[in-house]
Every structure is written in structure tokens, then in C-alpha cells.
Design a protein around this ligand. Structure first.
Ligand code: GAL
Length: 454
């Protein structure tokens, strides 16, 4: 195998140069951010041996690291850059290739990744949600290397919560390094609008409609909703499902498909979403989550319900927590933390495997997490973070994560398999356009059949 690869290597080097010169992977927008030094000089941390023999892969001679993600927006892109900077200090001679595919929640990126992985062209490491997205999509298919030894060697098993470890473990082996924990069920609001109108952030769904009615009467768009990236309305609905079914029953929806049948709470949740959209902007199909968030800090809309990557976005834009924007759990979900976690793993055949392992070490390190998360708007996956590096929202969120009931996100890969997520997303996106409640219900019931395979 190795000698065969060696014979091919000269061709592949030329092919790679041509490929990168043409802009990256299969038409994917790919940007290089990185080191130009020709001579690698590994830091002491990098000298720790990988857990498995190094793959003398086709481009092992090229000193690169290709990281695949969908972090292109303000906030998330800043966090990624902070990780790259640490990596570059540890491996100054390595060129970092920032292979991003734009589109919130990875709607576009995931499709490109599937094509690359199927074509035997994996990046060195890629963003993947802990939970079903990692296990169901990649691990069960045999596409990932276990990294249990590395995990233990770095002591990450001692500093990450068990809930999270369970989501990255399959048949006793660990498969990715969680870099953060995000919260999906968050409401963000414009403080000035709320103050001027003498309003409090809504605690319950009923409160939400009272507040929304007052805002609408004043000519202010109550709720800013995106739709361009095809995950925004599905995202809103997971908070509504949680509010309607409660933290005990919401997780059962993904374990027992019969939960979806004959339960009047499903009709109630659909009604709530429908009514919420009555208070939302109509141009959502052309707005990304970031555009929708921007309207809140611009004072063009009062609220948005979005994961706390919106916090990273606000901070990047110079908005200040508790001054320009406020936050509260999405209406009716106080006490529940609808969580998701971004992680990075080691695909089999990673072209620069040793660099990928160093990358994973950065992702799992305290230094990496404390540099990444304050910019990303997420809390660290590690429990020993330096809290002084986090702003007032994130410190609050770190505490909430410890005391709240933890429930998994559907849209961001934690709760359900990819096939279910696709059907669920399609149902909600269609509803956003046609507002047909019966059709939505039918599609959600059909989607539930995908849960059988979990
Ligand atoms: C989520 C992801 C976040 C953020 C968000 C918006 O799926 O976990 O890190 O990137 O999408 O794109």
C-alpha cells in the first residue's frame, strides 16, 4: 500500500497544486489562511505520538492541514481563526487550508462533505455535531478512526461531562473532540426597543404573543426569522416542540416514534409556530440567520430565536451584552438547555494525519477552547475553563448548563439521524412558505418513521 502510494505521490503533488490553484475541493469555496514557512518545526506538544501508525498518505510530503467547516459568518469565523492561530504557533511550517462551505447549520457543507468522503477525498478533519450526526452518519459507516487513546492521553475524558462523552462514543471507542457546547433555545432581543416600549422578555409562549402584539401595534417587527440556509424555521420549531412537550417528553419524541401520533400537543406546537410566523418578517426566505440577527441589533426587529452563535455574531459587530442586546431562554423553555456540540474527528485516510492529530490536540486543549469559545458564542466543552475569559452571557450559560435539564437539538445533529433531520427540515421549510398545517403534520408523522432506524 505504502509503496503504491509513493509511486503515485509525484502525480498527486502536481494534481494537488493544480487543484488548490483552481480554488479547492470540487468547486467548494476554499481559502488558505496560513503559514508559508517551508520547514516544519514541531512544538513539544506535537511530539506526542499519534495513537495509530502514521499514514504515509499521498500528500504526506506536503506540509498542510485542511480543516473543513461551515464557519464563514462573523463570530464563528473569528473562533475558527483563533484555533488556527494556536495551531500555527505549534506547527509554524504547516500551511492551514480553511476549507469552508458557507451556509448556516451546514446545509451546504454537509452535502459537499458526503461527496468528498464517498470519493475518497477526506479533509484532514471536519466539523461534525456530536451525537447522531457523528455516530449515525460517519462512525457506523466506518469512515472515522477511533481516537480513544489520544483522548485519554490528553486527559479529556477527565474534563468533559459524561453527557457529552456519551455522544461521541460508539461501542466503547471515542470518535471526535468536542470543542464547545451551544444552546439552541435562545431568544435575543433589542434592549432599547424593549425599554422604550416598557416590555420584559417573554417567559412563556403566552407572554411572547402579548409582547409580540404590542410590538406589532407599534409597527415594529416582533420576530426576525431567516430561511435562506433552510434551517432557521426548523430551528425555531425545535424550541416550540420543547416548550410544548416539556423536557421530559421532548427527548422521547426521538426514541419512540409513536410519540408523534395522536398527541394533541403536536397540533398545539404547529399552531404556536404558525402564530409566531404571523409576527415574523415575510422576507425570511432571503435572509440568513446572521441577516435576521443583524436586524435585531439594527433595531429593525425586536427579537430573534437562534442558537448562541448569534451572540458571537453580535459581539463581532460591536454590540454589547446587557446594553445593546439581551437574552432569555426561548419562551416556555426556561430550565431546559437545548444543547448541541461542534466537534472535530479524524477521518480515515486523512492526507496529513499527524497534522490532523495536532489540530485535534488544539481543539481539545484548554488554551484552544478558551480562545475559540468567547468569540464563537459557545461555552467550552471542558469543565475547567478560565471563566474570566468569557463575557456575562457566556458565564451565565456555563452556569445554566450545569443546572438545567439537558435536551438534544434536532437540527444540529444531537437528537436524530441525518435521514430524519432532512425530512424534518423539509417539512418545516415547506411550511414556512405555504403555512399548511395539515401538510406539516403529515410530513412530520412520515418523518418519524425514519426514527425507527436509530
Ligand atoms: C450550527 C453549528 C454552529 C453554527 C451554526 C450556524 O449547526 O453547530 O457552530 O455554526 O450552525 O451556522
Amino acid at each position: 500500500m505504502r509503496s503504491k502510494i509513493s509511486i503515485l505521490s509525484i502525480f498527486l503533488i502536481f494534481a494537488s497544486i493544480l487543484f488548490i490553484a483552481c480554488g479547492g475541493q470540487g468547486g467548494t469555496p476554499t481559502a488558505s489562511t496560513g503559514g508559508t514557512s517551508q520547514s516544519p518545526s514541531p512544538s513539544p506538544a506535537a511530539s506526542a505520538q499519534p495513537t495509530q501508525p502514521a499514514n504515509q498518505g499521498s500528500s504526506a510530503g506536503e506540509n498542510k492541514l485542511e480543516i473543513f467547516s461551515w464557519w464563514t459568518n462573523p463570530g464563528e469565523a473569528d473562533g475558527l481563526k483563533a484555533l488556527f492561530e494556536i495551531f500555527k504557533k505549534r506547527r509554524p511550517g504547516v500551511e492551514v487550508i480553511n476549507a469552508t462551505v458557507a451556509g448556516g447549520a451546514g446545509t451546504n457543507a454537509k452535502a459537499v462533505l458526503v461527496t468528498r468522503m464517498r470519493g475518497g477525498d477526506p479533509p484532514d478533519s471536519f466539523q461534525v455535531h456530536a451525537g447522531q450526526e457523528l455516530i449515525g452518519t460517519w462512525v457506523v459507516a466506518g469512515k472515522m478512526e477511533p481516537i480513544t487513546d489520544l483522548f485519554k492521553q490528553e486527559g479529556w475524558d477527565k474534563v468533559m461531562p459524561k453527557t457529552l462523552l456519551d455522544q461521541i462514543t460508539y461501542k466503547g471507542e471515542i470518535y471526535s473532540v468536542p470543542v464547545n457546547v451551544h444552546r439552541s433555545n435562545m431568544l435575543w432581543y433589542n434592549i432599547e426597543i424593549f425599554k422604550k416600549n416598557n416590555l420584559q422578555p417573554p417567559k412563556t409562549i403566552d407572554d411572547f404573543f402579548k409582547v409580540a402584539e404590542k410590538l406589532k401595534a407599534k409597527g415594529i417587527t416582533p420576530l426576525s426569522v431567516g430561511g435562506k440556509d433552510k434551517f432557521e424555521v426548523p430551528h425555531l420549531f425545535e424550541s416550540v416542540l420543547l416548550a410544548t412537550f416539556g423536557p421530559e417528553d421532548y427527548p422521547k419524541l426521538f426514541k419512540d416514534p409513536s410519540m408523534w401520533e395522536n398527541d394533541p400537543r403536536l397540533d398545539k406546537a404547529i399552531d404556536t409556530l404558525n402564530k409566531m410566523l404571523d409576527y415574523a418578517n415575510e422576507d425570511r426566505a432571503s435572509l440568513s440567520w446572521a441577516d435576521a440577527a443583524q436586524r435585531v441589533i439594527d433595531g429593525e426587529a425586536a427579537m430573534t430565536i437562534m442558537g448562541d452563535w448569534a451572540e458571537g455574531y453580535f459581539i463581532n459587530k460591536g454590540a454589547k451584552p446587557n446594553k445593546d442586546f439581551g437574552w432569555a431562554p426561548a419562551p416556555g423553555t426556561s430550565g431546559s438547555f437545548l444543547w448541541l456540540s461542534d466537534s472535530f474527528g479524524l477521518p480515515k485516510g486523512a492526507p496529513h494525519r499527524e497534522n490532523a492529530i495536532e489540530w485535534l490536540k488544539v481543539c481539545g486543549s484548554k488554551e484552544g477552547q478558551d480562545a475559540f469559545n468567547p468569540k464563537k458564542g459557545s461555552i467550552p466543552a471542558r469543565t475547567d475553563a478560565d471563566k474570566s475569559k468569557y463575557d456575562v452571557y457566556l458565564r451565565w450559560s456555563i452556569d445554566e448548563f450545569k443546572r438545567d435539564k439537558l435536551v438534544p437539538s434536532i437540527v444540529h445533529g444531537a437528537a436524530a439521524n441525518e435521514a430524519y433531520m432532512t425530512d424534518y427540515d423539509n417539512a418545516l421549510n415547506l411550511f414556512s412558505a405555504n403555512r399548511d398545517k395539515e401538510e406539516l403534520k403529515g410530513m412530520l408523522l412520515d418523518a418519524a418513521s425514519e426514527l425507527q432506524s436509530q
